[in-house]
Design a protein around this ligand. Sequence first.
Ligand code: COI
Length: 356
Amino acid sequence: MDIKILPLPPEKMKPKYSDESKLGFGKLFTDRMLIADWNPTQGWHDARIQPYQPFIMDPACTVLHYAQEIFEGLKAYKWKDESVVLFRPDMNLKRLNRSAERLCMPQVPEELFIKGIEELVRLEKDWIPTSPGTALYVRPTMIAVDPFLGVHPSESYCFYVILSPVGAYYTSGFQPVKIMVEDKYVRAAQGGTGEAKTGANYASSLKAGLDANNKGYEQVLWLDGAEKRYIEEVGSMNMFFVYGDTIVTPALDGSILHGITRDSVIALAKKLGYAVEEKKIDVNILIDDIKSGKTTEAFGSGTAAVISPVDILGYKEEALTIGNGRVGKVTQKLYDALTGIQSGAVSDQFGWITKL
Ligand code: COI
């Protein structure tokens, strides 16, 4: 697929950040974006890299009313030797296309997704921060753009990619966070859209997140939609519990997102000699295990925060400390191993790095 590169006039260039330690997450966007359109007669067409700019949209667009939207998140890094790399973009393409299938949207071909992101990141490489914990966050998105109010899959779509130089997802950085078991709201149910990376899943999580914040917790620990008994995800991340040399994570049961960081953590943990169990985790058993000290560590995993240690679990007015309440040694080891591969400090034995 031919991707046109449109000129970037000097007046469209933004001032760059001056302090990488103040980047935060997703607040700043680079000068250019990738965009392509789809309709049933032309398929994907007019792929172009253009200056970053607002959309002009019909107020009746399907995405604005019925949330027919999917997205992805991946990171680009600039190594010490100046090489620019992407972390597992092939996995994002696969997941995007699975989400597309669930949301009745067209498949995105590799030559648009991978080649488009590679070209865009190459052009914007001066925006990639290099201090530890920073990266260029890549946000591919597809939206339904038919101006039509009937509840029906759209017949036209727009795929676009924007880039954001980012620091830590949580303001506290790689520090333990407090999470609260959510026993009122659910994130997803069997047969719903929990496995898809679609905006509506995140919209429906906001209320529980706010309630947790108001009680002094950073994130919610989601339980299954049917029985509110089995652990699903934490906030917008996958969840892991450590029992000595065994690492346990909820099995992908149809309502849990197939996290790429989750997959990477499992592979790394096995390589480091830990046993990994993917299974149903009953919250009542977990609470007993935390109280008895069997659960030694806990952490969430996601592209944005990479690995986020958890020190306190709130459950029915009780605040339980996991392990010794500090970043555990397994969590630290996995964080170092994963960020080592991403930053080029450790050699990649998995074929996860794509050099541009
Ligand atoms: C991630 O952990 O990468 C997420 O999915 C969070 C993102 C929606 C900001």
